[in-house]
Design a protein around this ligand. Structure first.
Ligand code: ATP
Ligand code: MN
Length: 480
């Protein structure tokens, strides 16, 4: 007989029909109450068994972590905390879990740190916290596609393997099928990449933007949503070596349109999560709340998770030019008191996450969109403003996260772009195709990149990016 998901079961009315459930035992109390979870929801179904009707041998196999199949009748629950429970009629062990072995793992029913969960990442989907995070992650991923598909965007699969390293977004991972112990060399003793698989050096992509731009010039509105890779040796709670990026690119959009899109898009997906992940968010809110209690007063946000999400949806993001932001930062208390690790003394400074967070968390107290950055600290493809020194770039900054989105209006003028390419020492031949689209009906266009894990971090209230992706990749970590 077909089994039914616990999520559905918990919404059903009690009846006399037999229902079948399958799941993993979370706890077994008094030889009578089994808390069963199948991953469909954070909530367990309570299965009540009459132990006198079963062999001790069978009962002994109902242990934490084991998988069972239960057939029974859905009844109104006598206990507190759930509306319905199952009165067990039949029970079948699907997979045993040795109690002594379980004790050594994160499946054992006691508090485990997130670090320990990471070390057992192959088991952590069974925990409440990671289970909730991954369900929210999945919902957000769906909401992203839904938003773009409903707004006339086409999903474009940008390549993962690329030859270009022009983007300058970060250090790249090289891809080769050379025998590394026996590399072919040219007459100068350098590795001869012409003999490699692609006949040239190859890398894992750091962004699908350049390719997305070419498609926006044909399809109008496109978005990519795929894995990107950066070999940056940054051991932070906001960086991964492999992360997922959402990159819309739109023809005929200027920077204002781009900021509107980013704001509307982010609000939409957060709202979607609030509406579709109520139980998981309630759990994560409680978790975060407990964590906050252990922090000094000054570091607490004073807002519950869902209040924070609601706040973002209901408030207009503050749009501030880089130049205004520098003035604010220069005059700020932490700057004057020497509290910033990187003091702000002049226009042109690159903003660090401490500055971004000051603006968002202390000064404006809401999400901020910074725009019109100095050309020197931004990528070559951003559109030069009339002042000749700033570019039409924008970053969306979020509380607790810092930069969540980076985007720009792209340089559509062939000559200006070519100059930029040359000045930045980029090989013209390498980006010929990118320059080429500026020759045939080139138009104003814009786009941005949203780091998907940073969004998941914000929505789930987790603090480390390594806990919001199933198998995090970062320096010295490639287990699993
Ligand atoms: P940061 O300054 O935070 O390193 P960036 O300027 O390198 O970010 P972009 O190149 O603009 O970021 O990438 C677009 C988005 O991708 C960022 O806004 C961020 O959300 C996300 N992102 C960038 N690098 C990483 C990373 N290593 N791990 C996870 N997300 C990242
Ligand atoms: Mn970076």
């Amino acid at each position: 007989m077909q089994h039914i998901e616990i999520k559905k079961l918990l919404q059903m009315e009690p009846s006399l029909h037999t229902v079948n459930v399958k799941g993993w035992v979370r706890s077994f109390r008094s030889n009578r109450f089994i808390a069963l979870n199948d991953g469909s929801t954070i909530n367990n179904i309570q299965c009540v068994i009459d132990f006198e009707s079963y062999d001790k041998e069978l009962l002994d196999r109902i242990t934490v972590g084991s998988a069972i199949h239960v057939a029974g009748v859905l009844k109104e629950s006598q206990g507190r905390g759930q509306a319905v429970e199952i009165e067990v009629k039949e029970i079948e062990i699907l997979g045993d879990a040795d109690t002594e072995e379980v004790k050594k793992t994160i499946l054992s029913p006691k508090r485990h740190t997130l670090e320990t969960l990471r070390e057992q990442a192959h088991l952590r989907a069974r925990t409440n916290t990671i289970g909730a995070v991954m369900r929210v992650r999945s919902a957000l991923s769906f909401a992203i596609h839904k938003y773009f598909q409903e707004n006339g965007f086409f999903h474009m699969h940008s390549p993962i393997l690329t030859a270009s390293d022009a983007e300058g977004a970060g250090e790249m991972f090289h891809v080769t099928n050379f025998d590394l112990d026996n590399l072919p060399k040219d007459e100068n003793g350098k590795v001869d990449h012409s003999k490699d698989f692609f006949g040239k050096t190859a890398n894992l992509t750091v962004s699908g933007q350049l390719e997305a731009e070419t498609y926006a010039m044909g399809l109008g509105k496109v978005y990519t949503f795929g894995p990107t890779f950066r070999a940056e040796n940054s051991n932070t709670t906001r960086h991964l070596a492999e992360f997922w990026m959402v990159e819309p690119e739109v023809a005929f959009y200027d920077l204002d349109n781009n900021m509107d899109l980013a704001e509307d898009f982010i609000k939409y997906v957060i709202k979607y999560a609030l509406e579709h992940c109520a139980d998981d968010l309630a759990f994560l809110e409680e978790r975060l709340n407990k964590e906050e209690q252990n922090k000094p007063q000054s570091e607490r946000t004073g807002m519950l998770l869902r209040e924070k999400l609601q706040f973002v949806i209901e408030n207009t993001f503050k749009r501030v030019s880089y130049t205004e932001a520098i003035d604010i930062l220069k005059d700020s208390k932490p700057n004057k008191k020497g509290k910033f690790k990187y003091p702000i003394d002049a226009w042109g400074a690159d903003l660090q996450s401490e500055h971004e967070r000051f603006l968002v968390e202390k000064h404006f107290k809401k999400p901020v969109i910074l725009f019109d950055y100095p050309a020197d600290i931004k990528a070559f493809y951003m559109r030069l403003n009339e002042d000749g020194k700033t570019v039409r770039a924008m970053d969306v900054l979020f509380p607790g996260i810092g930069e969540i989105v980076g985007g720009s209006q792209r340089e559509e003028r062939y000559d200006v772009l070519l100059d930029k390419v040359k000045n930045m020492g980029i090989d013209e031949k390498e980006v010929w195709w990118y320059l080429d689209i500026r020759k045939f009906g080139s138009v104003t266009h814009s786009g941005f990149g949203l780091g998907f894990e940073r969004l998941v971090l914000f929505v789930t209230g987790m603090t480390n990016i390594r806990d919001v992706i199933p198998y995090p990749r970062y320096p010295n970590h490639l287990e699993f």
